[in-house]
Design a protein around this ligand. Sequence first.
Ligand code: HEM
Length: 215
Amino acid sequence: MSNETNRNVAGRIIAVSMLLAIAYAVVRYHIAGGVPWKDFPFFILNKGLGLGAFVLLMLNFSLGPARNLGLPVSADWLNVRRALGMSGFLFVLVHAMMSFMLFSPAVFSKFFETDGTLTGVAGISMLAGVLGFVLLWGYNLSFQTHLREDKVFVGFITSRRFLIWALLLGGIHLFFMGYTGWLNPEDWHGGLPPISLVAFAFFLVGYLLNLFGRE
Ligand code: HEM
């Protein structure tokens, strides 16, 4: 397939994933949940970006294992895995920077005790987010041409064990931030599951595909 076609396929997958994720955040939090629109440019957009980035990363990690398990994965999609992974990583970087700026008890009361310190559960979630981010960074580094010659580093970082752990950190980040809300469907805005739960569903599918389909 030509580079031109690759770009078209990658561009379309990235645009559709990001737009759907942001649209879900808008419908759930602004339209069904009544969050003021002034919060769209940062607080709500950050949720959409986090979800879209997560979907792109899951596609990057899981398309190969899915094909190994005999699922129908088109060659066009397999050829653009790197573009999906790199874009997912860059969107996670934006998500992390926005989250750092937003991180206060006024915005995320559920992550803080009344004395302003972090709860234990929020601590675990954020530690996993930060570690997950650093592992993704290492994974991206392994595609740099000057490091590709270091076979031990590349072998380790693209190994099944490393990738399974990197994925697991994403799952821990989501589980500990959201599980209390997941258990109360009667409180879900418009009956729509929280973004952390939607992302966790993608995580579960991706994790199982990698566990059983990665060689
Ligand atoms: C420095 C690293 C990170 C920090 C500080 C961070 C922080 C946060 C915070 C504060 C939230 C809650 C947002 C909200 O409810 O409005 C969140 C949600 C989320 N994060 Fe992260 N995160 C980091 C890394 C990651 C990584 C590496 C991934 C993906 C692999 C990720 C994916 C998500 C997703 C999918 C959500 C749920 C969507 C949402 O509710 O915003 N995050 N993160």
